[in-house]
Write a protein that binds this ligand. Structure first.
Ligand SMILES: Cc1cc2nc3c(=O)[nH]c(=O)nc-3n(C[C@H](O)[C@H](O)[C@H](O)COP(=O)(O)OP(=O)(O)OC[C@H]3O[C@@H](n4cnc5c(N)ncnc54)[C@H](O)[C@@H]3O)c2cc1C
Length: 565
């Protein structure tokens, strides 16, 4: 990615064919789709890339088994097709995980799951009329481009325990086994942005759009404020796309009639993370009953166990949603009952909450019933708003948006995103480790950056200090902080610890206090030309960033002082 200074220079005062507001997965997707169809594109993000809902998802690229309950078949089918495409386009970053629905001696298997999984299997068939068997023998498969999940099946007790040994005390009788996919949501956004830049899009974070510029009643660009200088600049654009997720109904009141704009009805989802020594699901995920017919999941993620999620109407601060205390308790209760353990808030290594941009139908129903579908709105000014949807369906949302622009201009410009690889795959064994960098770090770098992991390793080789872990015992390297500043527009410690790496979520107790943030602040300072005083200030800003993000629930509950740091 261009540096911020260079991006600002390219964007401010210039004219583009498309300006995208919002640097979450949706905005990134629109930038890639439009740029790859030949549009000149600028993207402006108010905070950091993916700082909104796109860093706070459950990190699944999935059809969404639970939407089958609402018979939202179209949505599930669409998402399953996208899931398959993502594994193909970003094999290093989107990977299949076995999911188990275990049953125990005293219970009968939940047949509703069996029925749902049959439908899931059918809908995961790649193309209408083309079965899995046929695809398996296809050329794509031979060349290794094609991933298709096996059909779900029932596995016996031994296989359950082989996959999830921690279920032994519960004496499982058998389990349904099916597949869904996982990713790192932020890295997916950054990877898509990287591809968009290859097609000529220019992007800038720390640039809040404050006004939609209008000419003769038509949206003709935006005015934005650059965070560090506080300076206002304008960007002219033939098309303005509002991809601000849960903030979509707050952008551009000057050009939108009230009835033109989608009404967002936010719903909060809370997640917690546990050390695998406290609770491990092996390399599989478990679906866990959580009362009243609801289910949660426990997933392996970056060597931790990720538990989620909840789905509650939310009226609080959408800029900084915190894990709800009652929701943390609800998740822990379900997990404790399921695995026969007794874990509490002090055992958490991290937590986070996100707010879903659900479109309200005006019907005061619970959020679970509100549509997960994406909605495209065009105001009379011509500004196009795209919101709702899922992480998984970003490509379809982007295509739908740019199709609209193409249609109204009468261009001939089909979407290419189904064929554009996202980053370049690398296997850990393709990477050469400098002194002191272990296999775990290589595997993580290959997952996170693909081929671009070589940039990180080159820095680590040139400067052995950068080959050190950011947090002792975790595989993330200080060189990643340097790369984040140099190539990914990271501006502060939180950009590195919460998003470029996910350490703030994975190792919150180890990152309490300014001292823990100091090594990252120093590396950023060397890259960004900070004075000693600024390095100190930036490290000291980290605890406030943690409090604002709500990622250390034990600290928030005031019990941190009694916990190992
Ligand atoms: C708890 C939870 C779990 C989820 N789990 C999954 C899952 O497992 N799988 C899945 O497929 N989906 C999942 N989702 C849904 C998915 O995360 C979201 O649909 C998706 O991330 C929304 O992306 P977005 O780009 O539309 O919005 P966001 O990521 O919120 O991006 C909008 C961006 O716009 C920026 N912005 C706002 N105002 C301005 C302005 N004035 N100027 C410039 N920028 C601005 C914001 O800073 C933000 O970065 C989950 C959602 C939640 C809440």
């Amino acid at each position: 990615m261009l540096s911020r200074a260079a991006a600002l220079e390219e964007i401010a005062g210039r004219r583009f064919e498309v300006v995208v507001i919002g640097g979450g997965i949706t905005g990134a997707g629109v930038a890639l789709d439009a740029a790859s169809r030949g549009y000149s594109v600028a993207l402006l993000e108010r905070g950091d890339y993916a700082v909104g809902t796109s860093s706070r998802s459950s990190k699944m690229v999935h059809g969404g088994l639970r939407y089958l309950q609402n018979l939202d078949l179209g949505l599930v089918r669409e998402a399953l097709v996208e899931r398959q495409l993502m594994v193909q386009l970003a094999p290093h970053l989107v990977y299949p995980t076995p999911f188990l629905v275990p049953s125990f001696a005293e219970e009968r298997r939940d047949r509703k799951f069996g029925l749902g999984l049959n439908m899931y299997d059918v809908m995961a068939t790649t193309r209408v009329g083309r079965g899995r068997r046929e695809m398996r023998s296809s050329k794509d498969e031979d060349e290794g481009f094609y991933w298709s999940p096996d059909r779900h099946r029932t596995i016996d007790r031994d296989e359950v325990l082989e996959l999830v040994p921690s279920l032994e005390p519960r004496d499982p009788s058998d389990a349904y086994l099916f597949y869904d996919c996982q990713t790192d949501d932020v890295r997916l956004v950054l990877t898509i942005l990287g591809e968009a830049e290859r097609f000529g899009a220019v992007m800038l974070n720390g640039a809040e759009v404050t006004e939609i510029l209008a000419r003769d009643g038509r949206a003709a660009g935006v005015a934005a404020v650059e965070a560090e200088s506080g300076e206002r600049f304008e960007v002219e654009a033939g098309n303005v796309v509002n991809a601000t997720g849960v903030w979509a109904d707050r952008v551009g009141p000057e050009v939108a009639e009230e009835e033109d704009v989608p009404r967002i009805s936010p719903s909060r989802g809370t997640h917690v993370l546990l050390d695998r020594d406290d609770l491990s699901t092996g390399s599989a995920a478990c679906i866990i009953p959580a009362g009243e017919g609801r289910h949660i999941f426990a997933l392996p993620w970056y060597g931790r166990t990720l538990i989620g999620t909840t789905d509650n109407d939310y009226e609080g601060d959408i800029d900084h949603p915190h894990p709800g205390e009652a929701e943390v308790e609800y998740l822990l209760n379900a997990v404790n009952a399921f695995f026969g353990v007794s874990l509490g808030a002090s055992d958490l290594v991290g937590a986070f909450a996100g707010v879903r941009p659900l479109i309200s139908s005006g019907d005061p129903k619970k959020s679970v019933d509100i549509s997960r579908r994406a909605e495209l709105y065009e105001t009379s000014s011509g500004m196009v708003t795209i919101t709702g949807g899922k992480l998984t369906t970003w490509r379809r949302m982007a295509k739908q948006t740019v199709d609209r622009l193409v249609e109204r201009e009468g261009r001939e410009a089909p979407s290419h995103t189904a064929e554009i690889p996202l980053g370049m795959e690398a296997r850990p064994e393709d990477l050469e480790a400098p002194e002191g960098v272990g296999e775990e770090a290589l595997a993580q770098l290959a997952f996170r950056y693909g081929h671009a992991a070589r940039n990180v390793l080159r820095l680590a080789r040139e400067d052995p200090k950068l080959a050190q872990p950011i947090v002792p015992g975790r595989p993330d390297l200080l060189a990643e902080a340097a790369i984040a500043a140099r190539l990914e527009q990271a501006r502060c410690v939180a950009d590195v610890l919460l998003r470029r790496t996910r350490l703030g979520l994975l190792a919150a107790p180890r990152l309490r206090g300014a001292d823990a943030a100091r090594p990252v602040a120093e590396v950023l300072g060397a890259e960004l030309g900070w004075s000693r005083r600024q390095v100190k200030r930036e490290a000291e800003a980290w605890p406030a960033a943690v409090a604002e993000a709500g990622v250390d629930p034990a600290a928030a509950a005031g019990i941190a002082s009694r916990l190992p740091g």
